[in-house]
Write a protein that binds this ligand. Structure first.
Ligand SMILES: Cc1ncc(COP(=O)(O)O)c(C=O)c1O
Length: 429
């Protein structure tokens, strides 16, 4: 690379935090209470104000939130859940972990989300829910999905792990779904010192279930966080287990987990929550900048699209290579990485192609061609709050250098992906 363009390191994701978060963590440690307590309650309440839902439970990851969400529905074993093939593993896995059957549908190549238009024909007597992410923060049209779910009496579970800021009709994630999950992993819109997740709902019953799952399966809602009232002896021993007076702290009504965060995470997260609007402003600036640049090369790159009632706050920018262009994805990605620009693929791509899923029981749509296509032709670049205008300018220059030197030479690519699904592992309606 010429000297005028020294290598910059542009990470795919970089958490932004500083003195205020550190002070908050120390203050929380100084209270002497390390488990879920007042900071956790405060974080849940602030987050609920943001997304305007009735209940929320803070858990230790988006993956835990997803498992809690599907478990909390208590669906009969063997029920089917509609979900996209191009997904994140721990969006897909809870369906299997709960003894349910994924009905695997394709994505729309423009929105990169579940292809809503195609799902109705796959709804059968066993279908009980739709579980879909806002992939990479690209808005999933939950308004349209709600209508379909209402007509077929299905739960709508929304995985908003990749965004806190994407809106549908001006509303944050959660507005149209029965349950919505978020992730506070280090690379996401905001973080709770590296991890965390949240599940929100308006349903009292679902929230009771989710809280108990988080809390080792405890039966007593009162014990969810340490409080003085929770210590009250007579209250604790109102409970009986098989006729034996028993401490509600050790009374269980389901097979639970420990999905708890620690208190300092909530302290860290409360500061991050205050910074979210600014983080989202920077993300939007970065997305607009990169999309404006890449649109100049529309013969090479396809960018995600969304309807006007949908407003994205992206996790990262998905880019799909057009068909019959004169270079391979590998060549471009190697060029970007060699120039310090970290790239990622679209998570699992078509998840059914991975070894872990070869022997699961599922149903799938007639075609998963778009999920296969992005597995082969798409990639993600960072647009996070740690990227500044010099970084953006550098990224454009690196892309341009590749296009100038490579686009005019080489043979066109073949976009064929061989279908090698094991038909035996599928079941019929
Ligand atoms: C769509 C989606 N769902 C769930 C998760 C899991 O979240 P976490 O990393 O907090 O477990 C991720 C990844 O972070 C994701 O991208």
């Amino acid at each position: 690379m010429e000297n005028s363009l020294p290598i910059r390191r542009i990470l795919f994701a970089k958490p932004v935090h500083g003195a205020e978060e550190k002070t908050a963590v120390i203050e929380s440690l100084n209270t002497g209470w390390l488990g879920c307590g007042e900071y956790t309650l405060e974080f849940e309440n602030r987050f609920l104000e943001l997304v305007k839902k009735k209940h929320g439970v803070l858990v230790n990851s988006g993956s835990s939130a997803n498992l809690s969400a599907i478990s909390a529905l208590n669906l009969p074993k063997g029920s089917e859940v509609i979900t996209p093939a191009c997904t994140f593993p721990t969006t897909f896995n809870p369906i299997i972990q709960c003894g349910l059957t994924p009905m695997v549908c394709d994505i729309d190549i423009e929105t990169l989300n579940l292809d809503i238009k195609s799902i109705e024909k796959y709804i059968g007597p066993k279908t009980k829910a739709v579980f879909a992410p806002h992939a990479f923060g690209c808005p999933l049209d939950t308004f349209a999905l709600r209508d379909i779910c209402n007509r077929h009496n299905l739960y709508l579970v929304e995985d908003s792990a990749d965004t806190i800021g994407t809106t549908v009709n001006g509303f944050f994630s959660g507005k149209y779904s029965d349950l919505c999950t978020f992730s506070f992993y280090a690379t996401h819109h905001l973080t709770l010192a590296g991890g965390g997740g949240m599940l929100v709902t308006d349903s009292d019953e679902i929230m009771y279930n989710a809280r108990s799952l988080k809390d080792w399966g405890r039966a007593d809602e009162f014990q969810k966080y340490w409080t003085r009232e929770g210590e009250d002896f007579s209250r604790r021993f109102q409970h009986k287990v098989d006729g034996i007076h028993y401490d509600s702290k050790y009374t269980y009504d389901r097979i639970g987990y420990n999905f708890k965060t620690i208190e300092l995470q909530a302290a860290f997260g409360l500061v991050q929550l205050k910074r979210l609007a600014e983080f989202n402003r920077i993300r939007k600036r970065n997305v607009d900048y990169m999309m404006n640049f890449l649109r100049e090369y529309s013969e090479l790159f396809q960018l995600p699209k969304w309807d006007s009632h949908l407003e994205p706050s992206l996790l990262s920018l998905p880019i799909t290579l057009k068909e019959n262009i004169p270079f391979e994805r590998y060549e471009l990605l190697e060029h970007l990485e060699n120039h310090g620009i970290q790239i990622r693929l679209l998570f699992a791509g078509n998840i059914l192609r991975h070894e872990a899923y070869k022997n699961i029981v599922y149903r799938k749509a007639d075609s998963l061609k778009n999920s296969d296509r992005v597995m082969k032709d798409s990639f993600l670049i960072g647009i996070h709050q740690g990227i500044d205008e010099d970084d953006l300018d550098y990224m454009c220059k690196v892309f341009k250098k590749f296009i100038d030197t490579q686009a005019s030479s080489g043979s066109s690519r073949s976009s064929q992906v061989q279908s090698s699904f094991d038909e035996k592992s599928e079941i019929s309606l």
